[in-house]
Design a protein around this ligand. Structure first.
Ligand SMILES: C[S@@+](CC[C@H](N)C(=O)[O-])C[C@H]1O[C@@H](n2cnc3c(N)ncnc32)[C@H](O)[C@@H]1O
Length: 271
């Protein structure tokens, strides 16, 4: 007897593209778990999961609660996590499947793992291929070239953030820009104008930005539309859009740091 209760939770990511971007380990948990609970919006990926899982429970119905009074997205995520942990408590090996990476801009898996561990259950997360991984490949951008900032759009808007326009900036969920009620899944041109005005503190209005949507199946085409920053309020933004803002200025040397490093090298040579 180890004293560890028998239920177990593994949170996995299915990648962005149907079937092809899942790791062998994640797929094997989906195939062997007693039950798979999934929040996977892509119909084809969902059908594939339903075929390979012993039992599949779709969590997407919880999103309709956002339409009801008093229910915001945080309540919905909490209830999804509760549903996952309730299955773990019955002693089952439970696999929770999310598209992309299960822990990137995906709080349900973090909530469920924390709650399961707090009750003594074994709970772990396996990484998956995220939208950010796909955009690096599709757009040919190496985050190491300039460094990368990555944050949620509304968080960027409502908090005082220091943006570095010499580095790449990735804004997630621009399709929900400025949506404070947490009950709707859309933005408006007026709210996007607020976003543009805030970005204009650091970027010229004629700075080209990219609206990126990774293809989620072989028949879809990846969207990589370049628009000028000033035109963003009237651009078509969807829930799957990620906003990619390339660096607007070249990197500038920090002369004080450079001088100190040169002095250290010179001193080492003199020894
Ligand atoms: C709740 S987050 C989920 C992210 C996901 N867990 C991942 O690993 O990429 C939703 C946001 O991910 C991005 N996203 C989702 N699907 C996408 C796609 N097909 N292409 C590009 N970005 C996508 C968008 O910024 C979207 O608003």
């Amino acid at each position: 007897m180890t004293g560890i209760p028998s239920g177990k939770l593994i949170c996995v990511g299915t990648g962005m593209r149907m079937a092809g971007q899942i790791t062998p380990l994640a797929q094997s948990y989906i195939e062997t778990a007693d039950v798979v609970l999934g929040a996977v919006p892509n119909l084809f990926t969902r059908q594939w999961l339903q075929q390979i899982a012993k039992e599949y429970v779709c969590l997407l119905g919880y999103y309709s609660e956002c339409d009801r009074d008093g229910k915001d997205r945080r309540d919905t995520y909490r209830r999804m996590s509760d549903t996952i942990v309730a299955e773990v408590r019955t002693g089952k090996t439970v696999c929770a499947a999310f598209y992309g990476h299960p822990g990137i801009f995906a709080c349900i898996s973090h909530l469920a793992i924390k709650a399961a561990r707090a009750e003594g259950f074994s709970a772990e997360m396996l990484p998956g291929i995220s939208a950010e991984d796909c955009l690096v490949a599709d757009l040919g951008i190496d985050p190491g070239t300039t460094g990368m900032q990555s944050m949620e759009t509304t968080q960027f808007m409502v908090y005082a953030r220091k943006i570095d326009p010499t580095a790449l900036l990735i804004l997630w969920q621009p399709g929900l820009a400025g949506e404070l009620s947490l009950k709707r899944f859309e933005t408006t041109p007026d709210k996007l104008q607020v976003l543009v005005d805030k970005l204009a503190r650091d970027y010229p209005l004629d700075h080209p930005v990219i609206l990126y949507e990774a293809a989620t199946n072989p028949l879809e085409k990846t969207r990589m539309d370049t628009v000028l920053l000033r035109d963003m309020p009237y651009a078509a933004l969807r829930q799957a859009t990620t906003l990619v803002i390339p660096a607007a200025h070249p990197l500038k040397l920090d002369e004080a740091v450079m001088n100190r490093l040169r002095a250290l090298d010179a001193a080492a040579l003199a020894d």
